[in-house]
Write a new protein. Sequence first.
Length: 193
Amino acid sequence: MARTFLQTQKAHAPGRHQRTGQRADRRGYPDDGVPWGQGGWASGATPPPPPILVSLTPATGSAAAAGIPIAVTGTGFISTAVAYADGVALQTTFTSATALQTGFDPTVAATVQFTVKNTPTGAASNALPFTVAAEEDPGVVLEGTIDEVKAYVNGLANDDNRDNVIQALIDHERTHRNRASLVSWLDQQTGVE
């Protein structure tokens, strides 16, 4: 009868170990080199889906504004979510899974793309545009809703040309859309600090 491989192996002496030194166990390491269960999603948890942006309020602002508070609404936000403007991280406050607060300090007239990333996973949302209007371009500002126009005007609180901007908005609104309630509100804002 032939002997099997296992039958031909010598038994180890009691109390002796086969190896004196330990070798590194590379089993179970993901591509990033971090052992499973020691961080990230390696612990077996499923990463959350990327957040979805629904709206920015306001969606427009003036290049002359010192800083504009922006309410971000959507779904899938986690407590470490961060808002980005053209890829630049913004100071972000988590309110709920559907709401974040951030601020933006525009410097030039442009359209800026806002996204949100759930960190540390880096799952990024869809992008929403934020229009930065030149101070002399009331038409762009007035394309928004009445609430967005009001938020824009409120963002001009520290602007030395605030009254001139408001007057330009009034003139443009009367000429093009003439929303009576907005014109009345804008009239009331002239001279208000």
